[in-house]
Design a protein around this ligand. Structure first.
Ligand SMILES: [Zn+2]
Ligand SMILES: [Zn+2]
Length: 339
């Protein structure tokens, strides 16, 4: 089968033939119908995130059709339309025991990170890692649910915005779009910050109450003016640069929460006094749980969260898609169709 393989930082992905996996006991073989291209892939290519496993097939936003099931699988059948949960925890550590497989101390697999993922014609996963898709969600829209929507739900739960609180979504990519919609659902007032008008217009369409263009506006001033000088109660930091982190602290209200989701590899600096006097909370958020994926699928099925698909491309155009993402030209997600 064809797969896009990662051979380490600073090298383009290589499309090559690899053996088609065979599902073992408790596993299913998923024929990949769509795989979303996430910013994390750029972090791998740039060496900002290096888990030391290569060559490997990247791609962790995976949707497809179950083609074959291994022994011991009873609740999943060939022909089922599914989206993949990309973590396989050990099931025994204190994090797994409460469903936080994203924090597992010794993960058995993490598709597209330390195990072969979805930029391939097939992927093999445990049966419990597939969530069935209702017929009204096309595969192209289903794939991005696997990371962008679930990550947004996870991050929002970390911040627990209250009804009427101001939430800044600092970065309007795939996760940002989902954050805007989910925060509106929980009753927050949403301020979206980005650099490109097309993306900010889309943010407004998805429900953002205010949009701020960082390329030409003083974002801190704008957020303070929108919030009557009080600052934002929650800031979702999707960029993670020195500049955006410093702005996030400055635009934060007293008792505000910054949820750090994005990173650039560059250290940030913060004056502890700013955290002290605001009684601010800085929270990290990584990935998502299986329960959050189930919630995400339901929300998309009900039309409460919309998936923005920029383009659907074949596997051999994946490097081109990554380049467009790097240049900030992608609105929402590019989805790869491996077959
Ligand atoms: Zn992702
Ligand atoms: Zn574990």
């Amino acid at each position: 089968m064809k797969a896009a393989r990662f051979y380490g930082p600073h090298k383009p992905l290589v499309i090559e033939d690899v053996p088609k996996p065979k599902p073992g006991y408790g596993e299913v073989l998923v024929r990949v119908e769509a795989a979303g291209v996430c910013h994390t892939e750029l972090h791998f290519l740039d060496g900002v995130l290096d888990l030391g496993v290569h060559p490997i097939t990247l791609g962790h936003e995976i949707a497809g059709i179950v083609e074959e099931v291994g022994d011991g699988v009873s609740d999943v059948r060939p022909g089922d339309r599914v989206v993949v949960y990309y973590y396989v925890g050990c099931g025994k550590c204190k994090y797994c025991l409460v469903g936080e497989e994203n924090l597992c101390e010794s993960p058995k697999a993490e598709y597209g990170f330390i195990s072969d993922g979805g930029f391939a014609e097939y992927v093999k996963v445990p049966a419990r890692n597939v969530v069935k898709l209702p017929d009204n969600i096309p595969f192209e829209q289903a794939a991005p649910i696997g990371c962008s929507v679930t990550t947004a739900i996870h991050a929002t739960k970390k911040a627990s915005p209250k009804v009427g609180e101001y939430a800044v979504v600092y970065g309007v990519g795939g996760v940002g779009f989902a954050l805007i919609q989910y925060n509106k659902l929980v009753g927050a007032k949403v301020i979206a910050i980005g650099k490109r008008d097309e993306k900010l217009e889309k943010a407004r369409e998805l429900g953002a109450d205010y949009i701020v263009n960082a390329a030409r506006e003083d974002v801190v001033k704008r957020v303070l003016s929108i919030t009557g000088g009080k600052g934002a109660d929650v800031v979702y930091e999707l960029v993670g640069s020195k500049e955006t982190f410093s702005n996030s602290i400055k635009m934060l209200a007293k008792k505000g929460r910054i949820v750090v989701i994005g990173y650039t590899g560059e250290p940030v600096s913060v004056n502890p006094l700013d955290i002290v006097v605001k009684e601010a909370t800085i929270i990290g958020s990584v990935g998502n749980t299986l329960q959050e994926l189930i919630e995400a699928v339901n929300l998309v099925a009900e039309g409460k969260i919309k998936i923005v698909v920029d383009d659907v491309v074949s596997l051999d155009r994946i490097n081109e898609a990554l380049e467009r993402l790097r240049r900030g030209q992608v609105i929402g997600r590019v989805v790869v169709k491996p077959r």
